[in-house]
Design a protein around this ligand. Sequence first.
Ligand code: ADP
Ligand code: MG
Length: 724
Amino acid sequence: MGIFKENTSQNGVGSLTILALVERKGFFDTPIEFLKGVGPSKADVLKKELNIYTYGDLLRHYPFRYIDRTRFYRIGEITPDLQYIQLKGIIVDKQLIGEQRRKRLVATLQDERGSHLELVWFQGIKFIEKHIHIGKEYIAFGKPNFFNNKANLPHPDLELVSEAKKEFQTALQPVYSSTEKLKLFFLDTKGIMRLVYNLLEQGANFIDEDLPEAPLEQYKLMSRRDALIQIHFPKDSKLLQRSQARLKFEELFFIQLRLLFNKQIKKRLHNGSLFSVVGDNFNGFYTNHLPFELTGAQKRVIKEIRRDTNSGMQMNRLVQGDVGSGKTVVALMSMLLAIDNGFQACMMAPTEILATQHFHSISMMLKDMPVKVELLTGSTKKKQREKLFEELANGELKLLVGTHALIEDKVQFQNLGLVIIDEQHRFGVEQRAKLWQKNSSPPHILVMTATPIPRTLAMTLYGDLDVSVIDELPAGRKPIQTLHKFENHRLRLHGFLKEEIAKGRQVYIVYPLIEESEKMDYLDLMNGYEHITKSFPQPQYQVSIVHGKMKAAEKDFEMNRFKNGETHIMVATTVIEVGVNVPNASVMVIENAEKFGLSQLHQLRGRVGRGAEQSFCILMSSHKLSSEAKVRLDTMERTNDGFEISEVDLKLRGPGDLEGTQQSGVLDLRLADLAKDQQILIEARRCVEQILEEDPMLNMEKNKTLRIYFEKKSKREITWDKIS
Ligand code: ADP
Ligand code: MG
C-alpha cells in the first residue's frame, strides 16, 4: 500500500497493547484514548464535538473534500471562478499593514514565472508572521479572492516545500470537518488527518473484511482495509471513487441486512391472528354494497392482504398508492375480513379532519350492513368515550376509526386483529409500537401512505415491510390539468372560477402555512379571504374558510357546509392537505405555490379530480422564483404521476428532508446518498436477499462475519425496525 506497512509489530510495546485490546474488543471498538497522539483531553473533545469514541468512529469520520496535491497553479492562471488552488513559490516579502483592528499581514509569493500574489491574514497575525521566512519556498493553498480585479489569497495554508514533501504523500489530501473547540486542541483538519494517519499506520492490518465474498467478487469491490485507507488518503481519484463505492455499498448492505433479517425473525417469532375465512361481511359488502367496480390494482392488493393474514404469520404491509387511487375501500375490506374472523379492527389517521372523514365515508359504505363503526378523537365527549371503551372491551364494537387517541392506554380491545395506519409518515415510530402492543399477540399491521415515495427510499424506510402498490386510478377519471399562472392573471382566474361555479362545481383556494412565518401566512390567508369575498359577493357566492387556528368543531362545521354543497369556495390553509374528499370540487387554486414542497403540492392537487368532471389545478406564484421552485412548478405542470414527482423531490431535497425520514434513523447515512446511489442500493438489497434466501439464520461459515456483525449490533441497541 506504500504508506502503510504490512506489518505493525515493529511498534513494540505500543502495538502489543493494541493487539490485546483489539482481540478483546475488536479494532473498531477500541476506545479512541488508546490512539497515539490522543490524550484524555483530546479524547474528551473528540467525543463531545464529533461523537468520536472509538477507532471505528474516527475511521468513519470521512473527509468531506480533498485537495488535489498533484496540480500546481501558476499565478497567471488564477481566475475568479476557481475554487481551492495550490501554488508553489518563494516568499519575497512580508509586511504588517494598517492600524489596530484593521491590521493585516501581507506576504508576497513569487512563482517560477516571476508573477506575484499577495497572501493575506487578518487573524493570528503575530504567530504567522514569525513562521514565515523570506527567501524560502512554500506551498500555498486556499481559495482565491478578487479585489479591484486583482487576485489575492486570504488565510492560505502555508507549508514549507521541504516539509511538505515528507508528510502524507497522497495525491488527494483529505479535508475533515472540525470545530472551533477542536482547533483549540490542535485538531483542525491537519490534526485530524494526523490522527487518522497514525491509526491507519498502526492498525490498518486489523481491519478485517466484513462483507461476504460473493458481493466482493460480483461487484469487484475493494477490500475494506484498502477502502478505508484510500478514502482517507487516496492515491488518485479513481481509487478514491472505488473506495467510496465500496464503503457506500457496505453502508447500504448492512442497513438492508438489518431490515430484512429482522423482518424474517419477526415473521418467525410472531404468530399472526389467522383470518382463515372470507365471511358474510366481506362477501356481503363486495356483492351488494360496493358502490363501484374495484380496479385491478385494488383487487391485487386485497389478495395480497388476504394471503398475508391467512398465513399464520403477522402481516406488516405497506400500501402505497397515489392520491385518489382508492386506498380507503381496500382498508375497509381488510377490516371486514378481520371481523369475519372474529376480530376487531381499527384505523388510525393523523388528523381529526381526516379521521372524521374516514369515519363518515366508512359509515356511508356500511350503512346497509350490520356492522357498527365508531369514531374516537381528542374531542370525543367523556360519556361517549366511556361507552366506547366498554363496547371495545366486551367486543361489542368491532370497528373503530380515530386519531392517535386510539393509542392511549385506556383504549383496550377485546381481540384486536388488524390495525390500519393511514398517512403513515406522520406517525412516529413509538406510536406505531404502542398500537402493536394492544393485543397479546400482535395484530396485523397495514400501513397506508398517500405520499408516494421513491422505490429506493421505500426500500430503506420501510425495508422491513412488504410493499403493495396501487398503481392504477379508478376508471373514468380525467387527468387533472395543471397550470402555472402569475398575479396578472388573477382577473381571468376569477372569471374562470365563476364559470366553474356556474356549472355547479366547487373550488378550493389554499394558502401556505409555514411555521416560521405563521403570522405572515395568516395575514395572507385573511387578505385573500377578504379579496375573495369581495370578488365573489354574497348571496350569489358562499365562501367557507378553514385554518389551523379554528376549533375542531368550527372546522367540522365549515368542512361540512362545503361538502354538502352549501358553499362554493373553500378558502383554507394546508389543513385540508390530506385526504379530504369532495368529489364535486373541480378546481384547486394554490396561492404562493412557490412556497410549497412538491409532495405537498401533489397532495393538494389530489383533492380535485375525484369526480367524473374535468378538474384543474392552478398554481399561482410571484415572478420571483428560485430555480428549485421553478423545477417544482414545472414538474407539477408536466406530470400527475406521484411516483415521478417523488423522484424529483428526492433529487431536489435529498432524503433527509422528505417527510417522515427524520425520525427513522435509518437515513443516518455517512456516505451513501439515496438520490444518487440508487443503483448501489438496489444491488446491496438484492445481494442481501440472495444471502438470506440461501442462509436465513446466517449459520453458514461464509456468512460468519454477518452473524457477528448482527449479534454485536443487536446487543448494543434496540432498533426501531423491530417494532413496526
Ligand atoms: P385515497 O387513495 O387517496 O385514500 P380514496 O380511498 O379516498 O383515495 O378514494 C378516492 C375516491 O375514489 C373516493 O371517492 C372513492 O369512493 C373513489 N373510488 C375508490 N375506488 C374506486 C373504484 N374502484 N372505482 C371508482 N371510484 C373509486
Ligand atoms: Mg386516503
